[in-house]
Unconditional design. Structure first.
Length: 266
C-alpha cells in the first residue's frame, strides 16, 4: 500500500507485534507533516480492513516524524476541486477511511505525539482511545480557511466533548494542550512526551488482559448504544455468544482459583 509523489514518502504500513496480538498502523508522510491525501486515505481504509481480518487484539495508530501527529488535509490536494469533486471524492473518501478505522472490531489507540489539526484530529477521534503528549496541541481550525471539518469531526467532537465545547473548538479554532484535551474528553490519557510510550503500553496491556471476544463485543455494544440500539436485546445476544466460548469457562475457573486467566480467543 504505497504511492510516491514528488519524491515524498507517502505510505501507510501495517506491522504486528511478535505475538501477533498488537497491530500498528503507521501513516508516513513526514516530509509534509503527515498531511493527508486521497492516496493515504485509501491506503488507511485498506490497512483497517487488513487489521480487522487479522488475529490482532489491539490496534495502535501512529504517524511518522517528530513534533507533528498530522496537520490534516493537504490543502494543495483539494483547493482546486469542484463542488462535486469535493463531495464525491475528497469528503467521501475521508469518511470511508475514518469509518473503517472507527468500525474496527478491535479497540484502537491513537498516539498523539505532536500537533493534530483538522483532519489529523479527526483521524485520532476515529480511534477508541487517544493517548496524548502533554506538549501536543489539537484543534479543528477549518473555519479560518473558509471551510468546515469534513471527516466526522463535528459529530465525534460533539459526542466526546459536548455541544458547547465542540462549537468552541470549531467556531473559535481554539487550540488545546494535551491536558486540556483530556479535560474536554477529546483524549483519554496524557503524559509527558518522554512517558508517552509507557502510557500507551499500559493501556494496551489493560486491553490485552481481557478476553478478546468479550472486549470486542463490549466495544460493539457501546458503539451500538451510542447509536440508539436497545441494550436489552444486544446484550442478551452478546452474552449468549460469550457464554459459548472457552474463554468464559477459563475466566470463571481463574476467578475461583484466584489466578490470572489465560485467554485463548476461543
Amino acid at each position: 500500500m504505497s504511492t510516491a509523489t514528488d519524491q515524498i514518502t507517502e505510505k501507510v504500513t501495517v506491522g504486528y507485534s511478535p505475538d501477533g496480538h498488537t497491530a500498528t498502523i503507521m501513516i508516513d508522510r513526514s516530509a509534509k507533516l503527515n498531511a493527508l491525501t486521497l492516496g493515504l486515505l485509501e491506503d488507511l481504509a485498506s490497512a483497517a480492513r487488513e487489521v480487522s481480518a487479522s488475529a490482532a487484539r489491539v490496534v495502535i495508530v501512529r504517524t511518522a516524524g517528530e513534533k507533528v501527529f498530522c496537520v490534516g488535509a493537504d490543502i494543495n490536494h483539494f483547493a482546486d476541486l469542484s463542488a462535486a469533486g469535493m463531495w464525491r471524492d475528497w469528503i467521501a473518501t475521508g469518511h470511508r477511511a475514518f469509518d473503517a478505522l472507527a468500525g474496527l472490531r478491535q479497540p484502537s489507540i491513537a498516539v498523539i505525539d505532536g500537533l493534530a489539526f483538522g483532519g489529523g484530529l479527526e483521524l485520532a477521534l476515529a480511534c477508541d482511545f487517544r493517548v496524548i503528549a502533554a506538549e501536543a496541541r489539537v484543534a479543528l481550525p477549518e473555519t479560518g480557511l473558509g471551510t468546515v471539518p469534513g471527516w466526522g469531526g463535528t459529530e465525534r467532537a460533539t459526542e466526546l466533548a459536548g455541544r458547547a465545547r465542540a462549537k468552541e473548538l470549531v467556531l473559535t479554532r481554539r487550540q488545546l494542550s494535551g491536558e486540556e484535551a483530556v479535560a474536554w474528553g477529546l483524549a483519554t490519557a496524557v503524559a509527558p512526551k518522554k512517558g508517552l510510550e509507557e502510557a500507551v503500553s499500559r493501556l494496551s496491556s489493560d486491553l490485552l488482559a481481557g478476553a478478546p471476544l468479550a472486549v470486542q463485543l463490549g466495544k460493539q455494544l457501546i458503539d451500538a448504544a451510542a447509536d440508539g440500539a436497545p441494550s436489552r436485546v444486544l446484550e442478551a445476544l452478546a452474552g449468549g455468544l460469550a457464554a459459548a466460548t472457552d474463554d468464559l469457562a477459563e475466566g470463571v475457573a481463574a476467578f475461583r482459583e484466584k489466578r490470572t486467566p489465560h485467554f485463548t480467543d476461543n
